[in-house]
Design a protein around this ligand. Structure first.
Ligand code: ADP
Length: 259
């Protein structure tokens, strides 16, 4: 833990009254959500309900219109309530503490697997080349890809690419990892290898927010499932409770489709 995080309390993420619109479309209509240290939160909900937008607001990849985003004790007040320089400082601090794994992997095609993992430590963290190489190899080993260090992304399967992307996220030593539908671009037979790495990460105590429809993963790895619909959180609870006995009719209808 960094010294300056000690004031952050037990919550790694606290979202308050978050609003976001794209033009006339109001996508987030006042979302409140907290994620405790070491907690694994799965976000589910129908397509278009605002899940990706919410997770992208957590590290300010999307600019919320109103509300506050607090990550590891750093707060951004959205909607012009903050001075620009102070806001930029908080956004930078939040980005340093979060890493994101995208649906489409977003690997650098011109770098090997190891190059992709070592790039952040080299260029953002200023780590010496050899140290970044050792860190990168260790992380590739952790995701089961030690033997693919010198391969370029074009020669990796989708599941392998996503595991490299997870190793790359971990290379930044984040406090929180945000996963945006990490398996939905993969053929079904490749889901298991990615989910196994994520389960392992959860077991190691990483704080994770995962947008996914993977019910089995939610059952096994989540501490809490949050159900979104129409830009609000409709229901939230422990996975066994939510998945077996959803209360809201829209959650019931959704689970009949995905479970
Ligand atoms: P989900 O992840 O639940 O499928 P999203 O957060 O991706 O939902 O999208 C919510 C709504 O916002 C959708 O109607 C989508 O088309 C719209 N949307 C998302 N991103 C943008 C954008 N950059 N510009 C305009 N509309 C967007």
């Amino acid at each position: 833990m960094r010294d300056d995080d000690k004031g952050g309390g037990a919550d790694r993420i606290a979202i308050r009254a978050l609003h976001k619109r794209f033009g006339a479309l109001e996508v987030l209509k006042g979302v409140d959500l907290t994620v405790a240290r070491g907690e694994v939160v799965v976000v589910m909900g129908p397509s278009g309900s605002g899940k990706t937008t919410l997770i992208r607001c957590m590290n300010l990849l999307e600019e919320p219109d109103a509300g506050t985003v607090t990550v590891c004790g750093r707060t951004v007040e959205c909607g012009g309530a903050m001075r620009r320089r102070e806001r930029a400082r908080q956004v930078r601090a939040i980005r340093h503490r979060t890493a994101m794994v995208f649906q489409q992997f977003n690997l650098f095609p011109h770098l090997t697997a190891l190059g992709n993992v070592a790039e952040g430590p080299l260029s953002v963290r200023g780590m010496p080349r050899e140290a970044a190489r050792v860190l990168g190899l260790g992380l590739l080993d952790r995701v089961g890809l030690a033997d693919k260090a010198d391969e370029y992304p074009a020669r990796l399967s989708g599941g392998q690419k996503q595991r490299v992307a997870i190793a790359r996220a971990l290379a930044m030593e984040p406090e929180v990892v945000l996963f945006d539908e990490p398996t939905s671009a993969l053929d079904p037979e490749l889901h298991a290898e990615v989910l196994a790495v994520m389960r392992e990460l959860a077991r190691d105590g990483m704080t994770m927010v995962v947008v996914t429809h993977e019910v089995q993963f939610a059952r096994e790895a989540a501490d809490r499932v949050v159900f979104m619909d129409g830009g609000v959180v409709l229901e939230s609870g422990p996975p066994q409770e939510f998945l077996n006995h959803p209360v809201h009719p829209r959650a019931q209808a959704f689970l009949r489709l995905v479970a």
